[in-house]
Every structure is written in structure tokens, then in C-alpha cells.
Design a protein. Structure first.
Length: 249
């Protein structure tokens, strides 16, 4: 009797574990590392060992953000050095790249000769579709020629689809602290300007519009940003430095 999970059950289990990775890891770096390790454990064919890397394109340059083993990272670095290979092609085209036997591969001869010296015999690169112009891929290396069957490739592609969704979520979450910090900085600048305008109004017995014109004139004359001039005004008028906003924690 076959007791192995049905494909739908297996997929649900993978989705659940990927969601757990997002919830249980403390930052994007830890998430990527756990994803690489999870990929290597999940996608390894029976009685075979594989190595996995996760590559993301940043500022139009590929970066290996995580590897299942330190040694595996070198396989991607070789590819970047030669400027092309299955990983880069997968990100560029959005299609899976399969190298059944590196000794018989003619698309990237220099790269495949180099990885062959590292005892890599077959390679599978699955694109991870992100948002906008961002690109990523899951790179799987095997020490066996023809190390990936058609079933293994299909499994890796399904896993890649689910991983990409989780990766998009993780990247969004990673951007939240930056967004919050930017908002806090903007609010602090706005508060400094408002306080400075109030000080100028009191000192010059003028309207809010007139005070704002004075502040802008000083900014232009000194070739300084408005917020910096405002901070100078506040510091000159208050004995205690430092300006708090309702965003302070």
C-alpha cells in the first residue's frame, strides 16, 4: 500500500513550512539561509546529495544571498566571474535551466568546465518570479551526472512557485522597517519646521505665511536644507536640545 503523501497534501505541507520560515526567522538574511537549507533537504533525489543557493539580482547585479553549504556558494561565484550560466539565464529568461551533464554542455563551456573541477556533474536553476524588475533563482547542484529526473524538475518548479510567493512576502516585510524609519525622519523634519515657524512668528509678531517665507529665505541664502535651518532656529531658542515627535518610541 502506498502511504506517501498525495501531491496536493505535499504542496500544502511545503506552503505551511515556507510560511513558518517567514514567521520564525528574525530577518531576511536568516530567512534566505533557512530557505536554502530547506530546499536542499526537500529537493534531494533518493540516495543523492544536492546543494542549493538562492540568488537575487540587486541593482542589476546577481548576489548569492544564501547557500545550503559554504562550499556551494563558490559555484555561483564562478558563474558571475564568467558572466553567464544556468542561474543567470534562468533569471534573465524566466525559464528553468537544466544541465544534465556538465561534460556534455555546450551553452556555457567555460563555466561548465570550471564547475566540473569542483565535482559538480549536473545543475538545475529554477527562476523565482518576484515583483517589478527584480529577479531571483534557486540554483541546485548535484555531484551526479543526470542527477535530476523529469519528476525532480517538476517538483523543483512547483517548489519554486511557492518559494517565490514566500520570498515576495519576506522582501516586503524586510522593507517595512526602512519605510517606518523614513516616515519617522520625515515627521521629525516636519515637526522641526513647524516649531521653527512658531518661534519666528513669536519673535517677529508675524503671520504663519510670513514666518515660512523668512525660513525659506534663510534656507536659500545659506544654501541649506529647510529642515537644517529649522533645526538651527529651534536649537537657538530652546535650552534643551532634541525634538520629539509622536513617532518616537
Amino acid at each position: 500500500m502506498n502511504t506517501s503523501p498525495a501531491p496536493a497534501e505535499l504542496q500544502d505541507g511545503v506552503i505551511s513550512q515556507l510560511q513558518d520560515l517567514v514567521l520564525e526567522t528574525s530577518d531576511a538574511e536568516e530567512f534566505f539561509q533557512e530557505l536554502a537549507a530547506f530546499s536542499a533537504a526537500l529537493l534531494a533525489p533518493p540516495a543523492s546529495e544536492i546543494f542549493c543557493n538562492v540568488t537575487i539580482e540587486r541593482r542589476k547585479k546577481p548576489v548569492t544571498v544564501a547557500s545550503s553549504t559554504p562550499w556551494a556558494h563558490a559555484m555561483d561565484e564562478l558563474q558571475y566571474r564568467f558572466g553567464d550560466g544556468p542561474c543567470l539565464a534562468a533569471m534573465r529568461t524566466g525559464s528553468t535551466m537544466h544541465v544534465p551533464d556538465v561534460s556534455q554542455e555546450h551553452r556555457w563551456p567555460e563555466y561548465t568546465r570550471a564547475v566540473a573541477t569542483k565535482y559538480i556533474r549536473s545543475i538545475l536553476s529554477v527562476p523565482l518570479r518576484l515583483e517589478g524588475e527584480s529577479a531571483a533563482s534557486l540554483n541546485i547542484y548535484s555531484t551526479r551526472a543526470h542527477g535530476f529526473t523529469g519528476e525532480d524538475i517538476t517538483r523543483a518548479e512547483l517548489f519554486g512557485e511557492q518559494s517565490a510567493k514566500t520570498l515576495r512576502l519576506e522582501l516586503r516585510l524586510a522593507r517595512l522597517p526602512d519605510a517606518k524609519n523614513n516616515l519617522a525622519a520625515a515627521m521629525k523634519s516636519r515637526t522641526a519646521i513647524d516649531v521653527a515657524v512658531g518661534i519666528i512668528m513669536a519673535q517677529n509678531r508675524c503671520s504663519q505665511d510670513a514666518a515660512m517665507k523668512i525660513l525659506r529665505s534663510a534656507s536659500n541664502a545659506r544654501n541649506l536644507k529647510l529642515r537644517d535651518v529649522a533645526a538651527t532656529v529651534v536649537e537657538s531658542a530652546t535650552p534643551t536640545p532634541g525634538l520629539r515627535t509622536h513617532f518616537d518610541e
